[in-house]
Design a binder for this molecule. Structure first.
Ligand SMILES: [Zn+2]
Length: 693
């Protein structure tokens, strides 16, 4: 087979089979990855060179459109790379990843710093300022031009060289940062014996017995070092010392003064980011980053966070007092510590709202929730979901299931939806959505391949998958991202790009359908009796929705504020450990709460640049979410109002980044968003009218 070696890399091969071609997840071989990525990069660079050296005058077609077309092979290789990185990671993959990271960065720099290419882009851009192109082309030109300018295309040769070197170093640091977290997540597992299970729900006990057996500790119970495992254990376990241990493991990830410690990496990352934006004349990273976000600048983002922070702190004081009273009444001589918060909050929840999270769980079965997603998509988007025939679409793990999405009225094929529901070793924690292929029409119609990925704990054989209300909410959230991919009607790939403080809005809004009557009555059914969730329980959940908002808002905002402050500070001699402590003191951070993501494992911000000075975006998006939800509440048909749903799809989902988000929102709502609905949703006092424009 030697003669075929050069072309026979399945990771680069065109996707074949049904539905416009699908990734060959069943043929993935790790040995192919490095050659595939290297070849893919070489191919794209050759395409880019041809565009840059075209002797014909620069036009939209021969420059921008040609760029939109380039890199097909590499895109395919990247899809597989993403699967290895997020869904089925291994030490072998991580070694390859560490080797590839600087090469990928070098590759990006070669494009973003290609002088001839940039001059052609600039020509097209300048011409388009004089003679505007059709709206979507004009937008692509603007986004491409601004993207290059922001990446240092206008720098002189020496500065460009330094710029590329910085990026290369950063890419290695990002990989190291996230691998250190993963290493500590795998390393610190707490094994319980039978007499240490007090308070834990049956489902957790079963799952942890399995997790222990999977790790060769038959007969014990493993509390793994992931958010959902930690969160459940801290909510229910009566063993205070073990709670402290589990809490410590989780919040010390990559902060253990060993080879996996990330503090030094943070300092280096901040210094390099700062140096890079200074080359382009910006004061700090935050200013550079936010210029093309909906918030526009750090001041606007800080203003929003500062408007909410005092109300959150005031609520924490109330919550701690309530919890202390419960602890006192039980005869326990303790002061509420961070590892007690979830546990006593749960007791207060039961007492104040008589709401038992485990009882709620009995109505939240994964299969039913999946059907609830499909129902919501049908009502709002007119989509129909059907499982693909067994074996017709390759998957990378037997747990992954695939559905075909069609238009309910016309039957038109829209795309596929992949679901990878369960936690496993080598899969990153949390939940996320990613597209394997995005909708475009400029070069023939491409249909969407969207995926959702969760970390539900796989049940023992024959047991239903029961999830918490929070996890069910997240499930809807990630599906919102998938619908955002599926609903795209854009012509060019660049127009599918996300705007960080806007792109969480669509997904956060989708969460609201979980608690609508139609979803509850049809899909939230008791797994044993089949009875829908009783009205009293629904009423309790709704009543309890503002419960613990002090905790939720504070742990989130502490991380968001920290993210912004890190990037506004002078990083020259920064000591992250000290900076974190001092910043929290200045903020009056309550001692009973820890940041949702402490700095050494704040992957959003330091594993890459996606969320750097962007973590506030969840709150920014939540302002839009609450305000948009009120548009449905005020409509005659409520959350299923056909007119509002049509505007939702038309202005907020389908255009993706083909129009300015602020303008799109105005078209949906008839005005800008206001903070009031958000404060009402969290049970916080609504600020005086003059405080926001
Ligand atoms: Zn999201």
């Amino acid at each position: 087979m030697e003669q075929k070696q050069n072309t026979d890399n399945s990771l680069l091969a065109e996707w074949t089979g049904p539905y416009g071609g699908v990734p060959a997840f069943d043929k993935m071989k790790l040995a192919d990855l490095k050659p595939a990525m290297e070849k893919g990069m070489a191919l794209q660079l050759a395409e880019i060179d041809a565009i840059a050296n075209n002797p014909a005058p620069a036009t939209f077609e021969n420059t921008i459109e040609a760029m939109e077309r380039a890199g097909e092979e590499l895109n395919r290789a990247f899809t597989y790379y993403g699967i290895w990185s997020s869904n089925i990671s291994s030490p072998e993959f991580r070694a390859i990843q560490a080797e590839l990271a600087p090469k990928i960065s070098e590759f990006s720099s070669k494009i973003s710093q290609n002088e001839k290419l940039f001059q052609r882009i600039k020509t097209v851009y300048d011409n388009a300022q004089k003679n505007p192109l059709p709206a979507d082309q004009q937008r692509v030109v603007q986004l491409v031009y601004e993207g290059f300018a922001m990446e240092g295309a206008e720098l002189d040769a020496a500065a460009k060289e330094r710029y590329a070197a910085i990026n290369k170093e950063l890419s290695s640091l990002y990989t190291k940062f996230s691998n250190n977290i993963l290493a500590d997540e795998e390393k610190y597992v707490v094994y319980l014996t039978k007499d240490q299970l007090s308070g834990l729900p049956e489902s957790f006990v079963k799952a942890s017995a399995k997790a222990a057996a999977d790790r060769g500790q038959e007969g014990k119970y493993a509390v793994t070092n992931t958010r959902s495992s930690m969160d459940q254990f801290l909510t229910y376990s009566d063993e205070r010392e073990l709670r402290e241990q589990v809490w410590n493991n989780y919040y010390s990830r990559a902060d253990n003064a060993d080879e996996y410690d990330n503090n030094e990496n943070i300092a280096k990352i901040l210094q390099l980011r700062n140096e890079r934006v200074k080359l382009m004349g910006y004061d700090n990273f935050a200013e550079w980053r936010l210029q093309n976000r909906m918030a526009k600048n750090p001041e606007n983002a800080m203003e929003l966070m500062n408007a909410v922070w005092p109300a959150a702190l005031a609520r924490v004081t109330e919550e701690v007092a309530d919890m202390q009273a419960v602890a006192d009444a039980s005869g326990k001589k303790i002061t509420i510590e961070p590892w007690d918060y979830r546990y006593y909050a749960e007791k207060v929840r039961k007492q104040k709202y008589d709401l038992d999270s485990d009882e709620v769980k009995q109505y939240l079965q994964l299969d039913n929730l999946t059907q609830a997603l499909f129902f919501t998509a049908r009502e709002l988007f007119n989509y129909d979901f059907q499982p693909v025939p067994e074996g017709s679409v390759p998957v990378f793990h037997e747990d992954v299931k695939v559905w075909e999405v069609t238009d309910k009225t016309t039957g038109e094929h829209i795309g596929l939806w992949y679901l990878d529901p369960f936690a496993r070793q080598g899969k990153r924690s949390g939940a996320w959505a990613s597209p394997y292929r995005s909708h475009t029409t400029f070069d023939g119609k491409e249909t969407v391949l969207a995926s959702n990925n969760s970390n539900f704990i796989k049940p023992a054989p024959g047991e239903p998958v029961l999830v918490s209300w929070d996890d069910a909410t997240t499930f809807f959230h990630e599906f919102g991202h998938a619908l955002h991919f599926l609903a795209s009607n854009v012509k060019y790939p660049t127009l599918n790009s996300g705007v960080r403080d806007y792109t969480e809005f669509q997904s956060q809004l989708l969460e609201r359908w979980l608690s609508t009557d139609k979803v509850i009555d049809q899909f939230l059914k008791h797994h044993k009796t089949g009875e829908p969730m009783p009205d009293e329980l629904v009423a309790k959940i709704k009543k309890a929705s503002t419960f613990n908002q002090g905790f939720g808002t504070t742990e989130f905002l502490a991380s968001a504020l920290m993210d912004m402050k890190y990037h506004l500070a002078d990083p020259a001699d920064i000591d992250p450990d000290k900076f974190e402590r001092e910043t929290l003191t200045t903020l009056n951070m309550p001692k009973e709460i820890v940041m949702r993501h402490r700095s050494p494992h704040f992957g959003h911000v330091f594993s890459g640049e996606g969320y750097a000075t962007g973590y506030y975006g969840y709150l920014w998006a939540d302002v839009l979410t609450s305000d948009a939800a009120e548009a449905f509440e005020e409509a005659p048909g409520g959350f299923y109002d056909k007119d509002v749903a049509a505007r939702l799809v038309k202005y907020l989902f389908a255009p993706r980044n083909s129009m300015d988000p602020a303008e799109a929102y105005r078209l949906f709502r008839g005005r800008d968003a206001k903070i009031d609905a958000l404060m009402r949703d969290r049970g916080f006092p609504v600020p005086e009218p003059q405080s926001r424009k």
